[in-house]
Design a protein around this ligand. Structure first.
Ligand code: ASP
Length: 343
């Protein structure tokens, strides 16, 4: 008889595992083992489930590189003993964690599926049950050669599977809370789970590699009409900020004020790294298409193409933390390392 796939559920916190505190009326995390009580269907699935939990589950607003490291290490440590991994995580920063994990766990040959919910699992209308059960099914799915179908970090939410580093949270109240504007869904769950096989990541043969160093001295600057560059003077200080992600207009455009140009030019000359992504929810930066962005090309701003903000931040932190030379960082920022951008 074929062995049931063995999965590890990593519980980090988030609404899916929260209950209403009757005293304060606020949502607080509860003991993860109660999940079985609320989802008895888990016992009937054709998988062996084991769980590991953060000692103190967190609202995902509390996530940070140290907690990302904890998740990545839990998976790395248990990698050979399981067929796949489901990470239960608050939806608010799930796209950031999924992006970070895609850089931390490279060349996966097994699925790492993040999911969560908008309503706690104990609520009658919860979306958590379906999300959890289907995420488990995806994490356990194998092809006819016995290999995992999904070999990457992905987010499953409301009938769709997205590449983790292409996903963003787009709604605070709809069950359909995620989207992947620049990359098609990896799978859609209907009567059957329909995988978009051609779009799944093909890992390198080198085997799993773990990276856990992140440099968090980075900044995110969203440009807006009338913004006074001088207000941001301290941001362009290389001693404080090693890399800046700049969210610009449309295809990568920004105001051409002398103040701004001087700040950004001096910062780059002093060793700073600036990555240009669009504040539009879909589409790509095309530096040099307009006069208002050709200046960026001249001074060495890097085009982030169609990366999401979440991925741009995770990638900047990852490269600053793992590469010792600036040249290498500049080379790797605009190319796809783990399927995070379209070339
Ligand atoms: N605040 C919660 C969190 O991100 C929301 C959720 O889980 O959906 O942890």
């Amino acid at each position: 008889m074929q062995q049931k796939p063995k999965l590890l559920i990593v519980y980090t916190g988030g609404t899916i595992g929260m209950i209403n505190d009757p005293k304060t009326g606020q949502l607080i995390s509860f003991d993860f083992n109660h999940i079985y009580h609320h989802v008895p269907e888990l016992e009937r699935l054709n998988v062996q489930l084991e769980t590991v939990s953060f000692e103190i589950p967190v609202d995902s607003s509390e996530m940070n590189p140290l907690l990302w490291k904890e998740i990545a290490e839990m998976i790395h440590l248990n990698y050979d003993n399981y067929d796949g991994f489901v990470v239960l995580h608050g939806s608010d920063t799930m796209a950031y964690t999924a992006s970070a994990l895609s850089f931390m766990l490279q060349n996966l040959s097994k699925p790492v599926i993040l999911t969560g919910s908008q309503l706690p699992i104990g609520t009658i209308r919860t979306d958590g049950k379906e999300n959890l059960i289907t995420a488990i099914e995806i994490a356990a799915s194998k092809n006819s050669q016995g290999e995992s179908i999904v070999k990457e970090v992905a987010v499953y939410f409301e009938y769709s599977l997205y590449r983790g580093n292409r996903s963003s949270k787009v709604s605070a109240n709809q069950f359909e809370a995620f989207s992947s504007p620049n990359y098609p869904e990896l799978a859609v769950a209907g009567v059957e789970i329909d995988y978009n096989l051609e779009r799944l990541l093909v890992p390198k043969k080198e085997g799993l590699k773990l990276f856990t160093n992140f440099e968090n001295h980075v900044a995110l600057l969203k440009i807006f009409p009338g913004f006074a560059a001088n207000v941001y003077k301290n941001l362009f200080d290389i001693h404080q900020v090693k890399g800046i992600i700049m969210e610009t207009f449309g295809a990568g455009n920004a105001p051409s004020s002398d103040d701004f140009r001087q700040l950004i030019g001096t910062y780059i000359q002093n060793g700073g790294i600036v990555l240009n992504i669009t504040q539009c929810s879909s589409g790509s930066v095309q530096q040099g298409k307009y006069e208002t962005s050709s200046f960026f090309d001249k001074i060495g701003v890097i085009s982030g193409k169609d990366m999401t903000t979440e991925t741009a931040i995770a990638k900047m932190m990852y490269l600053l933390g793992s590469e010792s030379s600036k040249e290498e960082i500049l080379k790797k920022l605009p190319i796809s390392l783990v399927g995070e951008l379209s070339e």
